[in-house]
Design a protein around this ligand. Structure first.
Ligand code: DGP
Length: 112
């Protein structure tokens, strides 16, 4: 989608530090890491947020979670948190569905 930062990262128009890529998703390190390990996994199709997930497009969400587990195993991450901010009040700043994967430090609950 034109104007979407994450679509531009997928196309290579904006550079990123790639973690993983396949035909359905792209993973890259977050620009503003909130943990020693912090990367994002995004579907290649433009889905605006978690609120836009439906029966038609939800298969890629399961795929993203499988990819997250695969990357975690490869990196030896035994404990990690997956976060999806949905909407402005929840802290979403980029409106292309993404899964934050955070690891390498103690996490608190509930999140702020
Ligand atoms: P959120 O606030 O949940 O929508 O998360 C968006 C994240 O995307 C935020 O942690 C910073 C990251 N981010 C924004 N722009 C870029 C970029 O151009 N490159 C990279 N690597 N990360 C970005």
């Amino acid at each position: 989608m034109s104007g979407c930062i994450f679509c531009k990262i997928i196309s290579g128009e904006i550079p990123s530090k790639k973690v993983y890529e396949d035909d359905q998703c792209y993973a890259f390190y977050d620009l503003d890491p909130q943990a020693p390990t912090h990367f994002l996994v995004i579907p290649k199709t433009h889905i605006e947020s978690a609120l836009a997930i439906d029966e038609e497009n939800s298969a890629v969400v399961g795929h993203c979670y499988a990819v997250i587990a695969k990357i975690a195993r490869e990196k030896g991450l035994e404990s990690y948190r997956v976060v999806t901010n949905c909407g402005l009040q929840a802290g979403q700043s980029v409106f292309h569905l993404h899964f934050h994967v955070l690891a390498g430090r103690d996490m608190t609950w509930p999140p702020g």
